[in-house]
Design a protein around this ligand. Structure first.
Ligand code: ADP
Ligand code: MG
Length: 245
């Protein structure tokens, strides 16, 4: 099992109050799965994503990620596991505004101390795989929303992590750009990447193979998606190319 969460609880301290947000979350995800975690605003999705992504720790419970018990790990060790295992994509892209697309994609390689001469090639490859080879020197302000999200996907994947963890990856995009992003996710899934995508929208969750529903901090259903939507490759490339022009 790539991810194993057992009896995970999370509360936030607010003033003198302990506010529980996640209750007894039990969840297993195998390598290569494409999972959507769906629930309304305030249901605890981002809290769960932060725990899955080792950006925050549970209040109690066990979390084994790729063979490492991370629930009580020290921050420094945790960041090593995180950087090795997980690529992140966020709703608002989280790109550094003053840096070019190439420099943004290079960041995880710098953190991982990849030698400079190898970094450029890996970045070019990652940006080419999202059809942005002609925009590598562009700054975020010179890119459309969809292009920014593709830079973020290239950055998330440049280190070849096993898991792509995405929080509302299409939330800030028009529907065409959103479909392109879903096309890229489908391709990464076919290449064997484990995808965990958080969304409040059923139409986005339906791109995944398995849909987990969360409500008030509890998992209320966990099912194979019988209505899986697959972006046709031709649609995807023609739209990626159209957005390039
Ligand atoms: P979602 O992503 O599904 O909208 P969140 O995980 O962001 O849900 O939030 C779940 C609940 O936890 C909300 O009631 C929110 O107000 C609360 N919450 C989230 N982050 C914090 C925090 N850092 N401190 C206190 N409460 C928080
Ligand atoms: Mg959220």
């Amino acid at each position: 099992m790539l991810l194993h969460l057992e009896d995970i609880n999370k509360s936030y301290i607010q003033g003198k109050m302990d506010v529980p947000v996640l209750h007894d979350i039990n969840l297993d995800i195998e390598e290569g799965e494409y999972v959507a975690i769906m629930g309304p605003s305030g249901s605890g999705k981002s809290t769960l994503m932060n725990i899955i992504g080792c950006l925050d720790k549970p209040t109690s419970g066990s979390y084994v990620l790729d063979g490492n018990e991370v629930a009580n790990m020290k921050d420094k060790e945790l960041s090593i596991v995180r950087n090795k295992c997980i690529g992140f994509v966020f709703q608002n892209f989280n790109l550094l505004p003053r840096q070019s697309a190439l420099q943004n994609v290079e960041l995880p390689l710098q953190y991982a101390n990849v030698p400079r001469r190898l970094r450029k090639n890996l970045c070019v490859e990652a940006l080419t795989s999202v059809a942005l080879e002609e925009r590598m020197s562009f700054k975020p302000t010179q890119l459309s929303g969809g292009q920014k999200q593709r830079v973020a996907i290239a950055r998330a994947m440049v280190n070849s992590p096993k898991i792509l963890l995405a929080d509302e990856p299409t939330g800030a995009l028009d529907s065409k750009s959103g479909i392109q992003v879903m096309g890229l996710f489908e391709r990464l899934h076919n290449e064997g990447v484990t995808i965990v995508m958080i969304t409040h929208a059923r139409e986005i969750a339906e791109y995944a193979d398995r849909i987990i529903t969360i409500f008030d901090g509890r998992i209320t259903s966990d099912e194979i998606n019988k209505n899986k939507v697959v972006v046709k490759h031709s649609d995807n490339t023609s739209e990626v190319n159209a957005a390039q022009g």
